[in-house]
Design a protein around this ligand. Structure first.
Ligand code: CO
Length: 253
């Protein structure tokens, strides 16, 4: 039922500041922006290949997003999968007694959406979205979402849980205890929380650059410090609103 990663959701203090980084410095094209009264947030979606990056600013101090921000600071909040029929999926999940936050779909920025409870998905807050028809085509931009890194107690158990819920194929990797699931052109890398400083949940995002050299030049020109690895650079979370962000030259591995 799952076609691809629709977006990763990032909670930020001020959307306009975060827009300066994601839209301005990274150059991601804005797809859509709106106040979502239901969730008491202002949110914007930016194109990243077949997926998007959602920035979410709470509009009060009481919403779930506001409480997340107060507790954790800015950073990765949820992972959203694109499904052709969120209503049917939700009915199926309900029949299987999967822990849900939304028992019926509601209107969100990405279309008809619903959230599963994190305890259903190895501690990750997962959203399902069925976008409206006109929102189907991907917008071309300089970066594409490649991988989302998730810390879990037991990658094998988490892989089984994600496969049972969403039917995602497991991809072969030489990762020791790590596992990887394919989602459309992207992937979810599951790493033992012990390897990641005992941190669980969404840990990092990897993007692939259309033109890697142009991208790194642009960051340098903007005064963004890059940690250089092999075929990859990392942007400090302090600059990317709490998100460890890797940008690579190649889509694989
Ligand atoms: Co979302």
């Amino acid at each position: 039922m799952i076609r691809k990663i629709h977006h990763v959701g990032i909670v930020v203090e001020r959307l306009d500041d975060a827009r300066g980084f994601y839209g301005g410095i990274l150059g991601l094209p804005l797809v859509k922006e709106a106040v979502v009264p239901d969730q008491r947030v202002r949110a914007a979606l930016f194109a990243a290949g077949e997926s998007e990056i959602e920035l979410i600013e709470p509009l009060d101090r009481e919403s779930g997003v506001a409480r997340f921000l107060a507790r954790h600071g800015e950073g990765l909040h949820h992972l959203c999968f694109h499904t052709p029929d969120v209503t049917a999926d939700l009915a199926d999940l309900r029949r299987r007694d999967v822990a849900l936050i939304d028992v019926v779909p509601r209107q969100g920025l990405a279309g008809r959406i619903a959230f599963l409870h994190p305890r259903a998905c190895a501690g990750v807050l997962v959203e399902l979205a069925t976008p409206p028809e006109e929102h189907g085509a991907a917008v071309a931009g300089p970066l594409a979402l490649k991988r989302v890194v998730v810390g879990v107690d037991d990658p094998r158990a988490a892989t089984a849980a994600f496969q049972a819920l969403f039917g995602l194929p497991e991809l072969p990797i030489n990762g020791g205890a790590r596992t990887m699931l394919g989602v459309g052109q992207g992937a979810i890398l599951l790493v033992p929380a012990g390897e990641a400083g005992d941190t669980g949940g969404l840990l990092a995002v990897s993007l692939v650059a259309e033109d890697f050299d142009a991208f790194t030049r642009r960051c340098q020109d903007a005064g963004i410090a890059l940690l250089r690895g092999t075929g990859e650079v990392t942007i400090e979370p302090a600059l990317s609103h709490g998100v460890p962000l890797h940008v690579s030259r190649h889509r694989f591995p």
